[in-house]
Design a protein around this ligand. Structure first.
Ligand code: AMP
Length: 453
């Protein structure tokens, strides 16, 4: 009972501690009639407890990344009635409540997690939006239930029933829904990797080893980073049985290396957008598949119904969530009344397997982060002195150096100044590797900027 079930650089939790803290947080929120609360997502144990507390209290939580530039963070926090944070770091937010104060209060402690089956909003995740403001996606308990029920029946997960899980994605990213909800609803131990550890291989590998993970939930970019070091192998994670990948292209060579370093490993390549709650398809990758592009799903086992219509992947059913603020985007109602989402992803089905063939628009993934180039362009245009801006992506995305921006200015602002101002408007991962100025940007016959992608 006193085993650690949450492990982070900022501390640990046992199951009784998690229950006590989350129930106190739930009681606090319920007593105040809160419906929507932002949780500043560091990796501390109280953040995990706060998310559990929000679920218990039926409060829609917004996992807000602590590292977002202030202006962007405020746009997100403005949607919440209350901001929960764990002591240090953030201060001075209007209406912010320190979680340490809540969990030290003597509040009622009996409460249970609700069943994951209603239309009640569970969380809102904000992603890059073409307008230059973050785009909110609201996911219901029913959407999460649809995902989790399907996830637990993926053969590798169902057969292994992992008892310890390693999380890499921040809670403000959709990928984390897999490890977060799996651990909360099965009682599996969750180990998290702070963003800072990406730059400190010693600390990173100590954390990975301490996780004793049976299941890891990774972006391919993160696995590629780990594979740079020879010690990322079976000796480091003797109990690792399965890696669940989602969010971007998993290259066959990465799978090959993982099979070599972790004999007996099972690899799942899953696919889905935040708009449909984490993932809707998954394919188990075997060594004989690695001589060509890898499939992202088995059509016989999907969450909801997944089709390819006119070359675009379209998702129907219970997993389909919605945008906030009246946006509709790719959402619509199918003729049979079910909700559906046009993903903007190009795909094809071959031999019962779904393949991802890139985007139909300009959206890209850089180190696993979803980015709309127009988001960066519209933020460049907010900088005084910038008259025009074009963001280009070389290749198929990948690293931040793939992003470059070309701007036309009135001569009053330097590229260094533009970079500094832009870093106050967009997250670090959206900062182009290169910003150059140009006298005149190429404009097409209809007056639109030519971007070359
Ligand atoms: P996000 O909302 O951040 O999860 O990003 C969703 C987008 O990531 C999808 O619409 C795809 O473009 C891309 N994506 C998700 N899973 C995969 C995958 N397994 N392979 C390639 N691209 C993926």
């Amino acid at each position: 009972m006193n085993e650690i079930i949450y492990l982070s650089g900022a501390g640990t939790l046992t199951q009784p501690q998690l229950e006590l803290y989350s129930c106190r947080i739930a009681a606090y929120l319920s007593a105040r009639g809160v419906r929507i609360a932002a949780v500043i997502t560091g990796r501390s144990p109280l953040v995990y407890a706060a998310i559990r507390g929000c679920i218990i209290a039926g409060v829609c939580y917004i996992p807000a990344d602590e590292a977002l530039p202030e202006q962007r963070r405020r746009m997100i926090l403005a949607e919440a009635e209350l901001v929960l944070y764990d002591g240090g770091g953030l201060s001075g937010e209007t209406g912010a409540v320190d979680l340490r104060e809540i969990v030290n209060q003597d509040l009622p402690e009996q409460a249970e997690l609700p069943p994951l089956c209603s239309a009640r909003p569970a969380y809102r995740i904000y992603t890059s939006g073409t307008t230059g403001a973050p785009k909110g996606i609201e996911v219901s308990l029913g959407n999460v239930g649809s995902f989790l029920r399907w996830f637990m029946t993926i053969p590798a997960i169902a057969e292994i029933r992992p008892r310890s899980v390693l999380n890499q994605a921040m809670f403000s990213f959709d990928l984390s829904v897999a490890d977060l909800y799996y651990s909360l609803f099965t009682g599996a131990r969750l180990t998290v990797i702070e963003r800072g550890l990406w730059q400190d291989f010693g600390g990173l590998f100590r954390r990975i080893r301490d996780s004793r993970a049976e299941l890891a939930v990774f972006t391919p970019a993160f696995a590629e980073l780990c594979l740079c070091d020879a010690s990322f192998s079976r000796e480091l994670l003797p109990e690792l049985r399965v890696i669940f990948f989602c969010g971007e292209v998993l290259k066959p060579e990465v799978a090959v290396k993982l099979f070599r370093r972790f004999p007996g490993l099972r690899i799942i390549n899953a696919y889905g957008p935040t708009e449909c709650c984490c993932a809707v398809t998954a394919a188990e990758i075997t060594p004989d598949m690695t001589d060509r592009a890898l499939p992202v799903g088995e059509m016989s086992h999907t969450a909801g119904e997944v089709r390819v219509e006119n070359g675009e992947i379209v998702i129907y059913g219970e997993s389909v969530a919605g945008y906030t603020g009246g946006l509709t985007g790719g959402f619509s109602a199918a003729t049979d009344g079910r909700r559906c989402f046009h993903t903007g992803d190009s795909g094809c089905i071959e031999n019962g397997m779904l393949y991802f063939n890139g985007r139909l628009d300009r959206q890209v993934k850089i180190m696993g982060y979803r980015i709309e180039p127009e988001d960066i362009e519209n933020n460049l245009l907010k900088i005084p002195g910038v008259l025009q801006a074009a963001v280009r992506v070389s290749g198929r995305g990948g690293s931040r150096s793939a992003l470059s921006a070309e701007v036309r200015t009135d001569g009053s602002v330097t590229t260094e100044e533009i970079r500094r101002r832009l870093s106050e408007l967009v997250p670090q991962y959206m900062l182009p590797g290169r910003i150059t100025t140009s006298e005149a940007l190429p404009v097409s016959a209809n007056g639109k900027l030519k971007r070359g992608n």
